[in-house]
Design a protein. Structure first.
Length: 114
């Protein structure tokens, strides 16, 4: 394993980050071909499969950013409402950066292509 950001989150690896991006693209491809077969234009398919890795990477950056905040405060968990999970912020940290970009995609691109 090659650590992704050892000072911020020592258990995150480059291989895990790559796997997350590949997994996100695979799920998007399955969604396009099995949930909405024939309903999605080829142009939109290409755009979505190009956009998904960016959203996946931003989600990972959001997770690292939240880990950096926790390290700067010298705390392991961001809350106690979810014991063993690091708090609610740990469950949604990836959304902090990915959700606004995904919203931009839906509002400004999706409406124009469908």
């Amino acid at each position: 394993k090659h650590t992704l950001a050892a000072q911020i989150s020592p258990r995150k690896s480059v291989e895990g980050a790559i796997g997350a991006v590949i997994g996100a693209v695979a799920i998007a491809w399955l969604w396009i071909h099995y949930i909405f077969p024939g309903e999605v234009t080829p142009h939109f398919q290409i755009t979505l499969l190009t956009f998904i890795p960016v959203v996946s990477l931003l989600a990972q950056v959001g997770d690292l950013l939240e880990s950096l905040f926790k390290r700067s405060r010298h705390c392991k968990d961001s809350g106690s409402s979810l014991p063993g999970h690091g708090g609610i912020l740990d469950r949604v940290d990836g959304l902090a950066l990915a959700a606004p970009l995904y919203y931009f995609f839906l509002v400004f691109f999706l409406e124009k292509t469908l």
